[in-house]
Design a protein around this ligand. Structure first.
Ligand SMILES: [Zn+2]
Length: 355
């Protein structure tokens, strides 16, 4: 799974342009399922038939958590941009890739040197505005930019990096949500030879970061009875975090989501997942994040598709997501896979009554 995660990190997949990630998902899932398709928006929907018509949907979004879009090219060939997704304080100095008509082009997000910012402004707590920044691709003119295939509306992603920091702690771009995709693929690998009690439908959704858009059409098509979103969760185990609102930490095991900005997960189904974890001797963590914390997953969209389904979310504790680099603990990802495989193995115990 580590090798797969690394490959997924290096694939670029801004929301709405997930093609590189989708190719990997298709390559990995196609030999392991009974039926696979890509819908109009680009969701991959892979069916592994079970003994029952009831469906358990796993859903991990393909798109990444840091991406910009070109809004203007000026006379000197500098590119102005808007944020599609990502933390605004992670922009400056970031090495980026522009997805031009002629392929990928490297640039860097620039701003005037701090020496040139008047001292009074700095003392007043100067913060650069997004629109004072620009992308420098080393060009000299607008004409040169156009000749190299650059255009308004093109996507910008971060230059990718992946390495093991220490003892299973991984550093890389867009762990939100390549970890979810890697965990889902690894789970489907592990159940490859099994005949599950429920039909398992693995969905790699698109455009989660723009408002869970792919999950809406995928869930309509799949019409699941149960669904688990696979995504990331914030942690409290670094300076400045509030241990009361965010009780999750790296290495503490998979996080079971109880509530987020958009609603609550199914009490019965999430309790059932916790029971499976306990049976397997897996440690897990619980998370309930309501406003003012702005956090949601595909589970909120899936729950409301058609006549509704029992949803939950199993999340990887992750530091610093929605900046260009995050940190995870590989043992948490292994715990997620163990929990999902154990749940699929025990899925004959379902159905549960709605909450
Ligand atoms: Zn996510």
């Amino acid at each position: 799974m580590l090798k797969l995660l690394k490959e997924l990190v290096y694939a670029d997949g801004p929301p709405g342009f997930e093609n590189e990630v989708r190719e990997i998902v298709l390559r990995e899932l196609e030999p392991r399922v009974d039926e696979i398709s890509v819908d109009t928006l680009g969701n991959v929907i892979a069916w592994k038939n079970g003994d029952s018509d009831q469906k358990l949907m796993l859903c991990a979004h393909q798109d990444e958590d840091w991406a910009q879009i070109i809004t203007h090219i000026d006379e000197k060939g500098f590119l102005r941009f808007s944020r599609l997704v990502g933390h605004r304080w992670s922009l400056l100095g970031q090495q980026v890739v522009i997805h031009s008509k002629q392929g990928k082009r490297t640039g860097v997000i620039g701003l005037q040197a701090p020496h040139l910012i008047p001292l009074e402004e700095q003392l007043r707590g100067y913060q650069p505005h997004d629109d004072s920044m620009f992308i420098d691709c080393g060009l000299r003119s607008h004409t040169e930019a156009i000749a190299l295939g650059l255009e308004v509306g093109q996507y910008v992603t971060a230059c990718k990096h992946f390495e093991e920091l220490h003892d299973g702690r991984l550093l890389g771009n867009c762990f939100d949500n390549r970890v979810g995709v890697a965990v889902m693929i690894e789970t489907m690998r592990r159940i490859e030879k099994l005949a599950p009690a429920k039909t398992v439908v693995a969905v790699a959704s698109v455009q989660e970061e723009l408002g869970t858009r792919g999950a809406q059409t995928a869930a309509y098509q799949v019409n699941p009875d149960y669904a688990i979103a696979l995504d990331v969760a914030p942690t409290n185990d670094h300076p400045g975090a509030d241990t009361r609102t965010i009780p999750a930490a790296l290495g503490g095991g998979p996080v079971l989501l109880r509530a987020d900005q958009f609603g609550v997960t199914s009490v019965a189904f999430t309790n059932w997942l916790a029971t499976i974890a306990a049976t397997l001797n897996l440690t897990y963590q619980s998370l309930a994040l309501r406003a003012p914390i702005h956090f949601g997953t595909d589970a909120g969209a899936i729950e409301l598709a058609r006549g509704g389904s029992l949803v939950s979310a199993v999340l990887a504790p992750t530091r610093y997501f929605h900046t260009s680099k995050s940190v995870v603990d590989f043992s948490d990802l292994e715990g997620m896979v163990d929990l999902l495989v154990g749940s699929i193995n025990a899925s004959g115990e379902l159905p549960l009554e709605p909450d």
